[in-house]
Each structure stands twice: as structure tokens, then as C-alpha cells.
Design a protein around this ligand. Sequence first.
Ligand SMILES: *[C@@H]1O[C@H](CO)[C@@H](O)[C@H](O)[C@H]1NC(C)=O
Ligand SMILES: *[C@@H]1O[C@H](CO)[C@@H](O)[C@H](O)[C@H]1NC(C)=O
Length: 806
Amino acid sequence: MSLLLALSLICGLMLNVSFSTLSSHYCVPRKTVPYQNELKSFREEGIFNYSTMLMRDDLGVLLLGAREAIYALDINNVSVRKAAVYWRVTEEKQRECTYKGKHAEVECRNYIRTLHRVNDTAMYVCGTNAFSPTCDYMTFVNGQLRLEGKQEEGKGKCPFDPFQRYSSLMVGNDLYSATSINFLGSEPVVLRTSDLALRTEFKSSWLSEPNFVYMDFVGESLDSPDGDDDKVYLFFSENAMEYDFYSKVAVSRVARVCKGDMGGQRTLQRKWTSFLKARLDCSLPEPSLPPIVQDVFLLKHDDWRKSVFYAVFTPQSSLSQTSAVCAYSVSAIRDIFSEGKFKTPVAVETSHVKWVMYTGEVPVPRPGACINNVARKMGMNRSLDLPDKTLQFIRDRPLMDEAVRPLTGGPMLVKRGALLTRIVVDSVLALDGQRYAVMFIGTENGYVQKAVNYGGEMLIIEEIQLYENPVPISTLRLLSSKGQLYAGSEFGAIQMPVSNCSRYDTCVDCILARDPYCAWDFTAQQCSSVHSSSPSSKPALQSLKEGDASQCPQPDPVAAVDFTLVPENNIQLPCQIHSNLAQVLWRFSDQTLHSNNKYYIYSGGLLILSASESDAGLYTCHSVEQISGRTYNRTVAAYQLQLASGPGGGGSATPGNEVTNSSGTNHGRKMAATARPPNEDPLSPETQSNPGRVTHLEVAVALLSLLCLCLMGVIFFMWSQGRWGCFKFAQRSSESEGKRQSAEYMHIQNRTSEIKLLGPECGRPFSANNNHSAVDFKGNGEHHFTPMANISSLDGLGYINDESEI
Ligand SMILES: *[C@@H]1O[C@H](CO)[C@@H](O)[C@H](O)[C@H]1NC(C)=O
Ligand SMILES: *[C@@H]1O[C@H](CO)[C@@H](O)[C@H](O)[C@H]1NC(C)=O
């Protein structure tokens, strides 16, 4: 086994990126756009943590909050700084902070964490201010940024700890914030700062070590038949209270409060009477602990019922590298809060409390409901008028029994590899007159993934590297009207257009990209933006769901490039494929070439080892891509290899061609520096300078690679039989399988998932009518966890479904 491990390690190192065929079975971005310096970016020397953004399109600026600085950047070009204001921590504050045991240069600084619009000229700003949160008003007038110097108390509005996640939202003149209210970070609150301030109860049933990520406002009072109120939704993760588990398990939640809430009269005085929360279900294809919500974006629709929350989830166990995006309709969340059953705590055995479905009578007006027509009819026009019975009920039972299910039954996107961090979603009008949701998702290694879900099929159109270093993207903002995206990280802000159709240089490539922003323009013969190609009278082609490029004009045949063959030399023929989902195919005189002791096919091209006279002829490099059952075979490059006329004849090779000499003399060799990045050259300068051994080394490498490929193929096959891939898998519940334990300390009762590998692309994760996910946390005792070691004594608790059974 250790031999196998060592072998696969060597293989992994050797094969490196060249054999992407294996990884293509995951949800792989079709195109990878490496870091380019042309993107507009902003950073100031000595300033870090550019993590707070406020778009003020009305003022033409992007406000960017960093550590001890706030900038007003041109919203059309963030590299243009219009104004800046510095808000440094005072020496005294810094000293106090270090006395309390915090790091002077890291924690005892002022991190700008809150930036909200107040009115046409003013903003509200809060900073951590050396563990002593402080807020202020800021104006942008006549091109100048100015802090008012009001120094308001920021406790509860902004975290003490700069590393702590939090969320806040300005609705009218009210600031809603979800953060810790004390120095230790141990007292979480959801707070409304207004004429009538309200907060959550300090009870672990309300909030248990939460990690707040997002808040947004939904104007549900609009045309509401039941006279309902507007709501503020909050997304966070916290310790689960509904599972039996020995160690802490986190769950993802959505909570909401009513805008018109004024607290209770005796019970819940100055506390929310409308704080309700529910678990968010987002099941990964592999069995795992519940994934943790990291960021959310509300894709708004004119009709709020059709608005959708898109949420990014990452695994709670570091063993897993699988992130997902799940989407939830506002109306589904609303239904659970306004009609769903509650959970209630029940004492089981000694001091053990279990949360189960409440089956008793629910008081009227319904606990947690906003003041609506039902309450008004009973003569209650404010939450202050609500009866104690309703208020006591909700004080003790803020959790809903049922979890919120994703809109599509399962994730919109599943991605292995670097974890996803932030998300924004654009609604794009395509040529077919339909709107498509395009997700832009930041990663922990400085990329943005641009992804869509076409009727269940997952597709990552492209991944764009925004930062040269692998830094996490900590902020992502979208200005849809201008087609711009803004990203923030520790090291600066970057602006990126939502699309760059010119990346696709042929019609086939443009169509296969399936990018709703782009279409092939027959007149201009280029891939261009759907919106820039003004009137739709221009004939243009787009095929988003099908990826059907059959209407594309026939491409001009690829002209063969002449190459000179010097016997005994290694010959390198470059070939770059445009899509990560395509496979490379090399052909030579009607034969398909494979990597063996003579040929070595790598990501940058083909290597012919120790060429002989019989190798002369025509070589063609093809890109073979499958989309929706169609196969597109395109010739990418062609080379005519001709025998050198005599010794040293290699010197006559056409410039740009490349014949690598291994005979020790350097004449007859020309490097094509432009052909490909140097790091993909299998013959590094060191090996070239030791020519006698190059051939043998190369042969050895090629042979070993082949061996490794076979080995990895076998491993992959074995693995794929038992595990899942990111894409098409079907699931089935089985009643007979009984209990099973996974490596992730979990036990799923009477349900196992069956996963099938279906194809090389990302795909449909769930059949439409399948509501059961691989791991189904109902949390009402139907399923429960046991640690790895079998603890049967807990089994008795696992079968309580609701209160009536106790
Ligand atoms: C701010 O950026 C610095 C420099 O990269 C980093 O060391 C520090 O951890 C960051 N602080 C926060 C709160 O993210
Ligand atoms: C904007 O708000 C600030 C702070 O509340 C206030 O001082 C200022 O008068 C307001 N300006 C306008 C134009 O309403």
C-alpha cells in the first residue's frame, strides 16, 4: 500500500497538470483565463485589507474601505482614485488594546467594516478601531471625502475583532446589524439601531456561537393580500441544537425579522417578536456534515416572490474540498416561516434537551408573524399589543421544524478544489429573449468562477484569475447596469467586466462557450457582446442550452507549418487547446498518436523522441469536445515534417519552428519563444545542457508517465465506482440497507445514495422530482449522527419524531 502511495505521489508530481483528462471528470471550468495585468486595479502602498465596498453609481464612485483608509474610486475605472480619507487608530486606543492582550500591528488597528448610504451625499462608516468599534458620518462633496468626526459608539454595529464575520444593512434610517456586542465576541446580537432599538434575546436557542454572513431586505408588504410587513433576512451558521451529536456540529440558517417590529410590552420588551429561523438545506453529493454558508446574494425580481437567494456553501470538515451553490426562493422561505411547524425543546433523560417537532396548539396571532390583517382584526396594530401567550411561545421556540429546500432540489453548482468564498449573480437577457442567472463566484485562491445552470446542467463558463498571488477574494460586488464586477482582497481591489467575448476567436469556440453575454456576429465575423451589438436586426448566433455550433460557417483549413526533421533529435510540436473540457488528439498519416516510448503528448503539444526518417509527414493536432451529445472535432494546428537536406540542415528551419537538438551542438536549433509558456516545456534548460542523457531521460519519463496513467486510471476507476463525481449523479433511497457509517462520523438511517458517473461535464445533479438528498438532515430525530466508534446507547434517542412520542 505504501508502495502504491509512493508511486502515485511520484506520478502526481510527474504528471502534474499535463494529464487533465482525469480531473475533467469534475466540474471543471471550460476556460481558464490566467492573471492579466490589463485588469483595472487599485491598491495603495502600505495599506491592506480592502474588504468593504459601497457602490455609489449616483456619485460615480466606488467607496472602498481598507485598514485605516477609505477611498473614493472612479466607478468606471477603479485605478483612478478620486479621493481618500484616513482614519487611523490613536496611540492611546492602540495601547489600551495591546494591554488587553491583542496584537498591536494586526488587531489593534482600525479596520473599516461598515459603509452604508445615508442620503445623496452622506455615508455611515464604522471601523473596529483597536477593539473599540466606532462609527461616523462621511460625506463626498466636491470631489472630497470627509469624515464628520462624530465618533459614535459602534458596539453592536460593527465587530470588535477584525477577523470576525458580521453583516449589516441600512433600511431607511435604521441600521440592522448582526455581530458580537462584547470584547470577547461571546455575546452575539441581531440589532436594529433606530428610534426604537431592538435586539435578540441572549439565549443559545436564539443564537449559538453564530457566524453572520449576509443580510438583505425584501419588500413583502407590496400588494400583500394578508397585509403583511416588509422583512429583513439574515443568513448565518451556528451550532446545531437539533442533532444528537457528541461534538459540536454547525448548521446553516436563514432568519428573518419584520420591519415594523417594536418588541413586546412585558414579554420580549425591546426584543424582536418576529425573530424566526430555519435550517438551510444544501446537500453535497458526498455524505458529509452539513455544509456551512459563506456568502449569499439576493437576485431581485420586480415581484419579490420570484426573488432568489443564491448561497455559497463550503464543507465544515477540512477533509473535504467540495463547495456548492444552492438557491432558495424568497417565497419558499416565507412559506416555512408563515405556515411551517415549530420545533420545541424537550427534556430527555437527565439534563439532556432535544429539539423535536411541536405538535401542540399554536396560539393566535401566530408566533413570530408580522402584524398582518389577522392581528389587526383582533385589534392589535403593533407588536406591543401582542398577547403574552404568543410572545412566550416565540421566545422559547424561534426555530422552525422544516428546513428550507433549494429551488432546484439540489445544488446549482458543485465544485471541487479551491473553496468558494463570495458570490454575486447577474440576470442576463439572452438572444432567445430569456433571462439567465450568471453566477460570479470568488475563490480562496484569487479566482472568479463564472457559472450557469442550464435546466439542471452545471457549467462553469470560465475561471478568471484576478490576483497574481493565491489570496482569498473577500468582497465581490456587481454593477449590472455597467457590466462591471468589483473584487476586494487583502492586497487590493480589482475591476473586471462581466464578459469578454473577444476571448473566443472562432464561431465554434464562441458557441461552445455558451456564455449568455456573447453571440457570434455573422456580419462582423466575431464573437461579440449581446448588448453592444445594438439593434437585434444583426444576424447573430447563440446556443446556450444546446451548445449547437452546426450553424457556424466552415472554418478555413489550418495551413500546415513546415518543420525540419533532423534524425536523432527530439522534436517538439506546440499545440494549445482552447477548452479545458476538450481532449487533445494528435494524428500522423491516418494514425492517432498515443503517449508511448516514442511520443509524449503533454498540455502544450507533442514531443517526438529521437526522430527518425520515417517520422517525416503531416502531423495534425485536434481539439475534441463533447457538448450535449455532439462531438466537435477541430484542427488546431498542423505541421509538415520534412527531412533535413544534409548534416546541419536543421539550420534552415523556418523561424518560429522548433527543432530541439540533442546532439550536443547547438546549431540547427531554433527556439520558438512565443509558442508557449516556458514552464510547460518538458525540456528544461538544465536537461538541455546535458544533452547525452536527455533522450534517455525523456524516454524514461514518457514510459513512467504511461505506467502512471494506467495506474491512475485503475485507481480512478476503483474510486469512481464507490464515490461520486461533480456532475451527473442519480440518487435512490433504499429501505433495506440499514445503518451505515461514513468516514465523516455520520450515520444516515435507512437511506443511502447511489451515484452514477455519467459524463465528462458538469451536469444535472438531481432529477427534478427527487427531493431526497444524499444526506438528508431532517433533524427531527429521523436521522442522527454517531461518532466513528459505535455508540449504541444513543440509538434510543434517534427515533423520536415529535413531541407526542415522549
Ligand atoms: C490584513 O492584511 C494583512 C496583510 O495581508 C494580513 O496579514 C491580515 O491578516 C489581514 N487582516 C484581516 C483582519 O484580514
Ligand atoms: C444627509 O445626512 C446627514 C447625516 O444624517 C445630514 O447631516 C445631512 O444634512 C443630510 N443631507 C441631506 C442632503 O439630506
